[in-house]
Design a protein around this ligand. Sequence first.
Ligand SMILES: [Zn+2]
Length: 102
Amino acid sequence: MCRRAAGGPFAVLAWMPDDAIYWVGVPSFRRSSSIAQRGFCANCGTPTSLKYDGTNEIALFIGLFDQAEKLIPTYHYGIEGRLPWVDIGSGLPEKRTEEHID
Ligand SMILES: [Zn+2]
């Protein structure tokens, strides 16, 4: 489900208590399943969050954070949906974004 919501092979999320978040604008949500809602920016469509019903936690996409490099993943989640070629460990070739720009 995260692949479709993120438009990529997986999503990287940071979980936190609901009350730890202060929204600057009014977030938009859509029901993505019978158990969860997905947040997104109504202006640009950027996915922002995942919230399971009946919990006091929300997960934010780490791309939203100014210092996302400081958020170190601690576990994989939803591994049943992992694509067989996804391996975010060391040893993979690395390319910078500008290498894809002509
Ligand atoms: Zn936006």
